[in-house]
Design a protein around this ligand. Structure first.
Ligand SMILES: Nc1ncnc2c1ncn2[C@@H]1O[C@H](COP(=O)(O)OP(=O)(O)OP(=O)(O)O)[C@@H](O)[C@H]1O
Ligand SMILES: [Mg+2]
Length: 346
């Protein structure tokens, strides 16, 4: 039978998204009780009664407890903290981000973000890594897309390729010397769907950051989960990201995407280093003319809205898609991406 300590241990992985600290550490979990039949009840004492993150925390807490063996039911009631308790919490300020493995020295962490899925985020992450590596930089890629990881496939890295050592997890290394960590390198086959919820994703990302022997890196690129939802937000709050490269395509409803990405970035006070419009045009192999297949470019409006000076338009390139599909992305060179790196000074 599961005991209270084990339940609290599981609940430690649930974070108050606003405060960035565990609900257990914050003293929010109260009156914890387990019945003989395995039904768990507890109170979540909130700092603000109408906390907008209430449902998310409840959902995450329920999931964390439900996954324990022998638990049949979870009932959560909401309570409120006293003024003094609140003061004590807010006096502590923002949490310290998890410390990096002492053998690691990472100069810059850059996350690649998009308004929606399938716009070429992973491809852009991989191209950035390749061009940086070719220019002599030490590069790592942290594949933070836990439920749809695609970085290993682009580089032709086989599943199960990560190894452990006393000092930490050893990343897989590509031909160009890019260090890669992804959930797909840990599971036995690529198709094993990972259906995890917020707290577990956050725990895994923390491990990828803290427990991996990245060594000395000039740049660590983080391939974020698609969109500006919880998952992407969780990652950005788990890793000390220095800046963001925003990827979009012309067919995205510019207004909506901009608003969502914008509000997330402003919420996080995150600078946008560059805006990339992928699949922006196609160069006809016969006549050499540029065609805007997905409609006119929105890159200038996007750049203005997210306050960046660096913009790049990438063509639709069947060669890129082919090489990406066959795990040979390292043989692809992008002049546009090289220019972006120079402009940003990565
Ligand atoms: N410029 C391009 N020209 C041609 N094909 C491209 C281009 N960019 C991306 N693709 C192709 O589009 C598909 C989606 O790209 P990718 O996986 O990089 O997107 P993503 O934003 O990471 O997707 P997800 O949201 O699923 O993580 C891939 O098959 C990729 O090869
Ligand atoms: Mg992707």
């Amino acid at each position: 039978m599961i005991n209270k300590d084990e339940i609290l241990e599981a609940l430690k992985k649930v974070f108050d998204p606003e405060l960035g600290r565990s609900i257990v550490e914050l003293g929010m979990v109260r009156d914890l009780h387990i019945s003989d039949a395995g039904a768990v009840t507890f109170t979540l004492a909130l700092t603000i009664p109408g906390c907008p993150m209430k449902t998310q925390m409840e959902r995450d807490a329920r999931m964390a407890v439900m996954t324990l063996p022998g638990i049949t039911d979870v009932k959560i009631t909401f309570g409120a903290m006293t003024e003094d308790e609140k003061k004590a919490i807010f006096a502590k300020g923002k949490p310290e981000l998890p410390k990096l493995n002492k053998f690691n020295q990472v100069q810059k962490v850059i996350a690649v973000l998009s308004g929606k899925g399938g716009v070429g985020k992973s491809s852009v992450t991989a191209m950035l890594a390749c061009e940086l590596a070719r220019s002599g930089k030490k590069v790592g890629i942290l594949d933070a897309d836990i439920t749809g990881p695609s970085i290993p496939r682009l580089f032709g890295l086989p599943p199960g390729g990560l190894r452990g050592s006393d000092q930490g997890i050893l990343p897989a290394v590509t031909s160009l010397g890019i260090k890669v960590v992804s959930i797909n390198l840990m599971i036995p086959n690529e198709d094993a769907a990972v259906i995890w919820r917020g707290p577990m994703i956050s725990g895994t990302i923390q491990q990828f950051w803290r427990d991996v022997l990245w060594g000395k890196l000039d740049v660590l690129l983080v391939d974020l989960p698609p969109g500006t939802s919880d998952a992407a937000l969780t990652v950005m709050q788990t890793i000390p990201v220095n800046g963001v490269v925003l990827v979009s395509t012309p067919q995205e409803l510019a207004g909506m995407v901009v608003r969502k990405a914008d509000s997330m970035l402003k919420q996080l006070k995150m600078p946008v280093m560059a805006a990339v419009e992928n699949m922006s045009y196609f160069v006809c192999p016969d006549c050499g003319k540029q065609h805007e297949i997905y409609g006119p470019s929105h890159i200038d409006a996007l750049a203005k809205s997210v306050e960046t000076d660096v913009t790049v338009r990438l063509p639709i390139d069947p060669d890129l898609a082919g090489l990406a599909d066959t795990g040979k992305i390292e043989t692809y060179s992008s002049v546009e991406i090289s220019e972006l790196i120079k402009k940003v000074g990565m």
